[in-house]
Design a protein around this ligand. Structure first.
Ligand SMILES: [Cu+2]
Length: 466
């Protein structure tokens, strides 16, 4: 077992490793692992060095490494990938080793890492190791700290992991395009002392967003604000893995934000504390309780809780348009509009016409509208009690009794103990209330309320108006 003193000694190790490069040759490049699945792969147990609890990457995987002397060697390949956002929609993105986000890199404080980066993109790239303390020339800023990696070339990054914590990697070359195309990944450094900040389950995911027109496959790369696909690890609800947790486990959730806006990440059922940022571990006396953690752009937050209450607990971004998918963000508010007569009139011309939204939009969650190719319904997914009416950045933390250690398989929906679910009161039937609108408001709502199935679109101008 390693002592705290031992791992504090890693700074001295770093000093002695000052000029670390052994000038490796091309023949020494390790094979690059690749992944063709978007489902969560089992956490990768450490095969050498100190013991640690490996992370579980939602809809992702951890990059295998090899030891070469006392160097831990990894190989990332920057390349075009096809990523499924959820069944029914794929994106033609750029990523690493077959997926976007790229594989999670895991190592241990004090490790000497050598990371080969091969560029199979049509343009140059670099990798910046976000939050990592390292020699300036390993920081990956194209033009500033290194020449860019040209297509077809391989560069090597070598540094010593000075601190444990939560980091990420992404390009610092044509950044607006390469991040909008999905290039990013997680980098977790475990403490050398396996008892320091120990948890039983440790989940990681990155927040990323895309602007992909329904019916198309490529993100727009110059978008600044108007994104329509909001993801956890480049997946949207209902395609995002659940966080399966054994009752009594101490759980850590690490989240990094590489979108262009902040995300208040909210988890139901628990009070929790931020224990780590990309700047390091938070001292216990500096923590405070939260139920929502706002994650700024370009930042990481890790929070922890003890899973003592079983159930199916929602975990989502609290910006409600971030828990929607691409379709139909251009809808008007029709609440209170009386559409019956209009519907009858329009159906004479357009038999498929549906009037929607007179009582809110929940009906969209139940309806199966024909969609253009390669997009997803705005509100979707079913639970044991009905439509969940979500999309985008939404998933479920499933806390269950009696799971095996390391079992992440889906236990199904929670069986609530009898008498503990909200219920309907037996009563006299009443008319549902109707909103009152001014005649002008009603008229303008009626004029705009035409939704032809299959003809809607997330963008202004393409919405079907009559
Ligand atoms: Cu959000």
């Amino acid at each position: 077992m390693y002592s705290r003193r031992h791992f504090l000694g890693s700074a001295a190790l770093l000093a002695s490793a000052g000029a670390v490069s052994g000038r490796v040759q091309a023949a020494a490049i390790p094979e690059a692992a690749t992944m063709d699945k978007a489902a969560m792969q089992p956490p990768l147990m450490p095969s050498s060095g100190p013991e640690y609890q490996p992370v579980a990457t939602l809809n992702g995987w951890t990059l295998p490494w090899r030891m070469n002397g006392d160097w831990k060697e990894f190989h990332l390949v920057a390349e075009p990938v096809v990523r499924e956002f959820a069944p029914g929609m794929v994106g033609h993105l750029w990523g690493y080793n077959g997926q976007s986000p790229g594989p999670t890199i895991e190592a241990v404080e004090g490790d000497k890492v050598r990371i080969f980066v091969t560029n199979k993109l049509p343009e140059h790239t670099t990798i910046h190791w976000h939050g990592m303390l390292l020699p300036n020339g390993m920081d990956g800023v194209g033009g500033l700290t290194q020449p860019q990696i040209k297509p077809g070339k391989t560069f090597v990054y070598e540094f010593v992991l000075q601190k444990s914590g939560t980091f990420m990697y992404h390009p610092h070359a044509d950044e607006m395009v390469q991040m909008a195309m999905g290039m990013m990944g997680f980098f977790v450094v475990h403490p050398r002392d396996p008892n320091f900040m120990r948890v039983d389950r440790d989940f990681v995911f990155l927040l990323s967003s895309y602007d992909i027109e329904p019916g198309s496959y490529m993100p727009k790369v110059s978008e600044m604000t108007d994104f329509n696909i909001w993801t956890f690890n480049t997946r949207v609800f209902p395609g995002i893995d659940h966080l399966v947790v054994r009752k009594g486990d101490r759980v850590r959730v690490r989240v990094g934000n590489l979108t262009m806006t902040n995300h208040p990440v909210h988890m139901h059922g628990y009070h929790f504390e931020v224990t780590c940022t990309d700047g390091g571990w938070v001292r216990p006396e500096a923590r405070w309780p939260e139920v929502t953690i706002d994650i700024p752009v370009g930042a990481m937050r890790a929070y922890e809780f003890v899973a003592d209450v079983p159930g199916d607990w929602a975990l989502h971004c609290h910006k409600s348009h971030h828990t929607m998918n691409a379709m139909g963000h251009n809808l008007r508010n029709f609440i209170g509009a009386q559409q019956r007569d209009l519907t009858r009139a329009v159906r004479k011309l357009e038999p498929e016409y549906m009037a929607m939204g007179s009582a809110g939009m929940a009906e969209m969650g139940e309806m199966e509208m024909p969609l253009p190719d390669n997009t997803l319904p705005m509100m979707t997914g079913f639970g044991q009690f009905g439509p969940i009416e979500m999309g985008g950045m939404f998933t479920v933390v499933k806390v269950r009794e009696g799971l095996a250690r390391g079992d992440y398989s889906d236990p199904g929906w929670y069986k609530n103990p009898e008498g503990t679910v909200a219920y309907e009161v037996a009563s006299v039937a009443t008319e549902p209330p109707r909103a009152r609108l001014s005649p002008q408001a009603r008229k303008s709502n009626l004029e705009l309320n035409i939704i032809k199935p299959g003809a809607t679109n997330g963008k202004p101008g393409s919405h079907n108006r009559h």
